[in-house]
Structures are given as structure tokens and as C-alpha cells.
Design a protein around this ligand. Structure first.
Ligand code: PLP
Length: 451
């Protein structure tokens, strides 16, 4: 059966077998990309959509299944970016789709801030239990506030931290990305374009150097803000948008010590690194550091809009009405999250670890300065490839797209590889084959035309 989406009549979607089989397909480039339909649709939509959207390359999606994405011209791509590290269980996983459909027939919305229903509490209970992994030796009681997105989860963490500590200062890190609403944007500093012309931003936000405890202790605390005025240190344990970079060994433990010494809350933004992406449920588990608050979204509900802010129970001192949201944690998103969590726990977190090792091994072996690559790094399926200059990263990402592999850039001159966690061994090899060949071809140029 072919399912039609709004504006995409079924007969206009190139029929490839039935809906379940797309996930079994290989890369197939037959037209463009972008082919004529994609070009026409992109040109048509341009008049109607906000010009602030990025559109990193001209992909116009008709449907997706598993790790495969089909565009409106019938080109089939292997997705090594998962809708920006979000389609954790793959596209349209049958169990997630079934949970969404069943919930949608029962209750779509009632407002979790004002009324009770099972799925909201169930997701919170589940996340609180999972958060025990952040502190295996000392059980902690956690509580969770659900949101619609990552940025809202960061906002919730900022508000809770200020409300609980009665302090105003926030420390974040240069290169970090935490979202685009005013609170989170005040923390975001991965690229100037996110901030340009949007000021003034939130006051009392101070940026250290990501990876350096000394930049907070000896610089910020010595010159700009007294630690007693700081409510929270907010940090991505693994830098995401800023470049897919693993932290130096003493960074997170050092921040923990600093927070403990001054009564500051340590907030881990695991919106991108969480939900199994690094081969553990939370990236923090790799580093043995327990935060006071963890912020989640993206892979939590396989692409349905859901975020979470999970905090130690004793910090949740804000009273009824102090924070809420109309649609956050709506039943359909929660149903998707529960199905997603089942799949992650059953096998996908482990699969991410295994496939990540496989990819890191191949990419690390075959990419070096002779292909313009400075470093291959990462954990699980959060892999960054750093190039010698931004133009090379750009050209490789574009060539991968034209050859049917979807990747995204990050940092100033890196490419992130963040496929769905259901990636098979064969698909991991395909990612490596296409990516390595693209690096070779770009380095040795000129780039051969797309077959
Ligand atoms: N925090 C991190 C680490 C992210 O990577 C992102 C998005 O990329 C966000 C927060 C913002 O999430 P959202 O786009 O869902 O608002």
C-alpha cells in the first residue's frame, strides 16, 4: 500500500514495491538529485515558506522507511543523518507507527499541564527509571517535566535552576548549541548566525571554553561572575552542532566538582547525545559523571515532537502553575516515546555501539590527511569527521547527497554521521564506502559527474 501525504498524491510518489520494502532497498539515484519534480516543488514552496529555513541540500522527501529515504523523483537515499539525529528507531518503525495510530484513535489531546492521562506519567516514570543509569552507585529519585522540543527542555532547565537556587547567572560554553528560543539562544554559541540581529539576549549568561574547567574557574569566576550568583552550568557532554567532539577526560568531572563546591546545578544537554545515540542510553554514562538535571528530545519519540527535563526530585521545588505547556507531552507523542524506549532498551542502544565501532574503525583506517581528513572521532553512532578546510567538508557533503548518502555538516569544517540506530552491518559498510570514496574524489578532484 502506498500512503499519500498532504500535497503528495500517491500516484506522484514513485512506487517502489510496498511501503514496508523501502527499508530493504539500496541506494538508487535515477534523476538528479534534485530531479525535475524536486526542483519544481522546491521552487514552488519557496514563495510560501520562511527564508530562515536552512535547506542544506535540495532533498524533497516523499516517504521514508528504516534507514532509507525516497524523494519525489524516486531516488532512494541511505540516511546517515536521521532527520538531524532524531529518527532513532529509523523512519516509520512499524511499532512506533502502530503506537501512534492506536493512541490517535483514543486520545490526541487534553493538556498534560492541566489534566491527567496515562501516557504522560508513563513516560516520566520510564525516564526517571532510566536516569538511574546516571548514578549507578547511589540511587537518585528523579522527576520529569515534558516539553515539545529540545529548546523548550533547555528553557525548562533554565527556569527550574533559577527558581530553585534563586540565582540569576548561567554558565554555558562557546561552541555549544542549545536551541533557538531566547533563553536557549542566549546559551547557543556554535555560530554567530544564530544570534545575529536577535539581541539583546538573556542577561547574566557567561560563556566558558568548551572542554576547559579552568576557563570557568579562573576566568569567568575571577573576572565576570561570582560563583555564588550562578544557578547552573549547562553543557553538552558531547559537543553536537559544534562539531561532534568528545570531552577531554577531566572536563565533566571538573565541572561536577566546581558545581559541588559552589552549590551550582550541573545541567547536561543530551538533546542530541542522549537516547542511545552514543551507544549508551545517556552519553554521560561514558564519563561517569552525574548531572543534577538532564535535558532530552530528538531521539526520545523517534521524531514526534517531545522533549524532557529530568531533574533530581529535591530540585523540583517550583509550585503548581509556575511552569507548563498546552501540548507538551501530548498523548500521541508519549505513545511514540514509550514504543521508542522499548526498542532502544531491547536492542538499539547496543546496536548503536556495535555499528559505531564498525564505522569508526573503517573511517579511521581509510581517512587521513591524504583524503583531506584531520580526524575521525565519536562514540556509537555520533561520529564526526573533521576536514582540513570548510570548503572540503561542504563539497564532500554535497557529493554524498548526489550519490545517495545523506549526511550533515557540523562545527566549522566537519561532517556528522548520525544514522538511525537500527542501522545494519551492511548499511554501515555502504555509508563507509560512499563516504570514503567521496572524500577521495573530492581530494583528488575534479569530482566526476554523478552517474
Ligand atoms: N540542544 C542540543 C544539544 C541540540 O542539538 C538541539 C538541536 O539540535 C537543541 C538543544 C534544540 O532542540 P530543538 O531543535 O528540538 O529545539
Amino acid at each position: 500500500m502506498l500512503v499519500s501525504a498532504v500535497g503528495t498524491p500517491a500516484d506522484e510518489i514513485t512506487a517502489v514495491d510496498d511501503e514496508g520494502r523501502l527499508s530493504q532497498r539500496d541506494i538508487r539515484i535515477i534523476s538528479g538529485p534534485p530531479g525535475p519534480r524536486a526542483q519544481e516543488r522546491i521552487a514552488h514552496d519557496k514563495a510560501f515558506v520562511s527564508p530562515s529555513l536552512i535547506f542544506c541540500y535540495p532533498l524533497y522527501v516523499a516517504r521514508a522507511s528504516g534507514c532509507m529515504v525516497e524523494d519525489v523523483d524516486g531516488n532512494v537515499f541511505l540516511d546517515a543523518q536521521a532527520g538531524v539525529a532524531t529518527a532513532s528507531t529509523g523512519h516509520c518503525h512499524p511499532k512506533v507507527a502502530a503506537a501512534i495510530a492506536a493512541q490517535a484513535q483514543n486520545l490526541i489531546h487534553i493538556c498534560g499541564t492541566d489534566f491527567h492521562y496515562p501516557a504522560y506519567g508513563a513516560v516520566c516514570e520510564r525516564l526517571n527509571a532510566l536516569a538511574q543509569r546516571l548514578s549507578p552507585a547511589h540511587p537518585i529519585t528523579w522527576q520529569t517535566f515534558l516539553t515539545n522540543s529540545g529548546t523548550e527542555a533547555v528553557e525548562a532547565a533554565l527556569k527550574l535552576s533559577r527558581h530553585h537556587t534563586k540565582r540569576g547567572g548561567i554558565v554555558a560554553f562557546r561552541g555549544g548549541f542549545h536551541g533557538r528560543t531566547y533563553g536557549s539562544l542566549s546559551l547557543t554559541s556554535s555560530k554567530t548566525k544564530y544570534r545575529k540581529h536577535f539581541g539583546p539576549l538573556l542577561p547574566s549568561v557567561f560563556h566558558g571554553t568548551w572542554g576547559s574547567v579552568a576557563s570557568v574557574q579562573d576566568d569567568l569566576f575571577a573576572h565576570l561572575v561570582a560563583p555564588e550568583d550562578v544557578a547552573a552550568i549547562v553543557v553538552e557532554p558531547v559537543l553536537g552542532e559544534g562539531g561532534y567532539i568528545l570531552p577531554p577526560p577531566d572536563f565533566l568531572p571538573g565541572l561536577r566538582r566546581l558545581c559541588d563546591a559552589h552549590g551550582i546545578l550541573l545541567v547536561f544537554d543530551e538533546v542530541q547525545s542522549g537516547m542511545g545515540r552514543t551507544g549508551k542510553m545517556f552519553a554521560a554514562e561514558h564519563f561517569g559523571v552525574t548531572p543534577d538535571v538532564v535535558v532530552l528530545a530528538k531521539g526520545l519519540a523517534s521524531g514526534m515532537p517531545l522533549g524532557a527535563m529530568t531533574a533530581r526530585k529535591e530540585l523540583m521545588t517550583w509550585p503548581p502553575g509556575s511552569h507548563g505547556s498546552t501540548c507538551a507531552g501530548n498523548p500521541v507523542c508519549c505513545a511514540a516515546a514509550l514504543a521508542t524506549l522499548d526498542l532502544l532498551e531491547e536492542s538499539l542502544v547496543d546496536n548503536a555501539a556495535r555499528r559505531g565501532e564498525q564505522l569508526l574503525e573503517r573511517l579511521g583506517r581509510d581517512l587521513d590527511l591524504k583524503t583531506g581528513v584531520i580526524e575521525v572521532r565519536g562514540a556509537g553512532l555520533m561520529i564526526g569527521v573533521e576536514f582540513d578546510n570548510p570548503a572540503r567538508a561542504d563539497t564532500v557533503a554535497d557529493l554524498c547527497f548526489r550519490r545517495g548518502l545523506l549526511v550533515l555538516e557540523c562545527g566549522t569544517k566537519a561532517i556528522r554521521i548520525s544514522p538511525p540506530l537500527i542501522l545494519t552491518e551492511a548499511q554501515a559498510h555502504t555509508i563507509a564506502d560512499v563516504f570514503i570514496t567521496a572524500c577521495h574524489d573530492v581530494f583528488h578532484g575534479p569530482v566526476p559527474p554523478t552517474p
